[in-house]
Design a protein around this ligand. Structure first.
Ligand code: DAH
Length: 371
């Protein structure tokens, strides 16, 4: 019986075998499809995760190799199709892992990967402040005459700002109306701590430590208790010059002033000196230059006079020399002081002092060419 049933079974067995192969083929394609999708969406946020993925899919015991193990069961006529699919899967997996790896590499070595030949972003360059442009010009002129720069504190004591500069104890400049006090002492004004009202204090700072010859300029910020308007500010800038040596005369001063005016405002510039008064100089003068806006003909800027005032000057008062430890019988000197804002206004016709401290880049940009 069994013999007879055998032939019947044969087709069954064969059919079953063929069926199995077909199923195997189909499920393999489905598995490949699934793996392809899976691999497409792979993510890794660090190198360890990436290595785990590599092991899962591409190692000897990985999902793809496991799939290959089934390959021998695929019917010969379909081997080509399935083989191509498996290869595609393997390539995809390798590409994906390489791409994820690349993402890490560029992250980690971002500096090394930087293209140094690339054009830089257009960085907005700043420009020098007009007051600094003019200050540097003044420094340059005096530098060529042999003056060097000296410096002093903005928070000063009464001695250096007033007393050593020969201001009487009841001089109005010492008043609250003009001076900012850091520490006011009602009983003894000499103990006051203030914001310096002029750079003349640096004269004293230098003389107390140095014997002549002295030839210095001191650019710096000064403070006065003024209501802020287009023509006055609570802080502004000055440049002070001091020359002390044997036989320094008013002629030396005048020559330096003329040279300075011509260098600053042009060869055609004329100067005139008007007698004036300052506690620290004797005689004292104020210097005007021929109005550089109308050329001396008269205009609203010079109020029709053809002259504009630019600085104060004079021979150092012998008292000041003595107060600061310099023998006034042996030495004499001249001093001068000017406001940088005033010079800048004249040179660049800025009509409102407030513009200098507002930091409006539209204003500052106008001085690009002068930088
Ligand atoms: N210190 C004076 C002021 O602030 C300016 C000045 C005048 C300075 C005459 C000087 C000078 O050195 O000799 O107004």
């Amino acid at each position: 019986m069994s013999f007879f049933t055998f032939p019947q079974n044969i087709p069954f067995i064969f059919a079953n075998f063929a069926d199995n192969k077909k199923n195997n083929n189909e499920s393999m394609l489905a598995k490949i499809e699934l793996l392809l999708q899976e691999i497409e969406g792979l993510q890794a946020s660090n190198a360890e995760e990436l290595e785990a993925l590599r092991i899962k899919y591409l190692s000897k015991k990985g999902a793809i190799n496991e799939l290959m193990a089934d390959f021998r069961n695929v019917p010969a006529e379909q081997k080509k199709e399935v083989g191509m699919k498996v290869n595609e899967l393997k390539n995809k997996a390798q590409e994906k892992i390489a791409a994820l790896k690349e993402a890490f590499a560029t992250q980690d070595n971002s500096a090394a990967e930087m293209d140094l030949t690339r054009t830089a972003y257009p960085v907005g360059l700043g420009t020098r402040h007009p007051l600094n442009i003019v200050k540097n010009e003044i420094i340059d002129i005096f530098h060529r005459l042999g003056f060097s720069i000296a410096d002093g504190p903005e928070i000063e004591d009464d001695w250096h700002v007033f007393s050593s500069m020969n201001f009487a104890e009841d001089h109005p400049a010492r008043d609250m109306q003009d001076t900012f006090f850091v520490e006011a002492n009602a009983e003894d004004v000499k103990k006051n701590v203030i914001l310096r009202t002029h750079t003349s204090s640096v004269q004293s700072r230098v003389m107390e430590n140095t014997q002549p010859p002295i030839r210095i300029i001191c650019p710096g910020r000064v403070y006065r208790n003024e209501a802020i308007s287009y023509r006055a500010h609570a802080f502004f800038h000055q440049v002070e010059a001091l020359y002390v040596d044997k036989n320094v005369s008013f002629t030396d001063l005048k020559q330096v002033l003329l040279l300075f005016a011509k260098e600053m405002f042009g060869e055609q510039t004329q100067i005139r000196l008007r007698p004036s008064y300052f506690p620290f100089t004797e005689p004292s003068a104020e210097m005007d230059i021929s109005c550089n806006i109308c050329g001396g003909k008269g205009c609203p800027f010079c109020k029709g006079t053809g002259w504009v005032e630019i600085l104060g000057c004079g021979m150092v008062d012998p008292n000041v020399l003595e107060l600061n430890g310099i023998n006034s019988k042996e030495y004499s000197g001249y001093a001068l002081g000017m406001g940088i804002e005033r010079i800048t206004n004249l040179k660049y016709r800025v009509n409102d002092l407030r513009l200098f401290s507002e930091n409006d880049t539209r204003f500052l940009k106008e001085f690009e060419a002068a930088n």
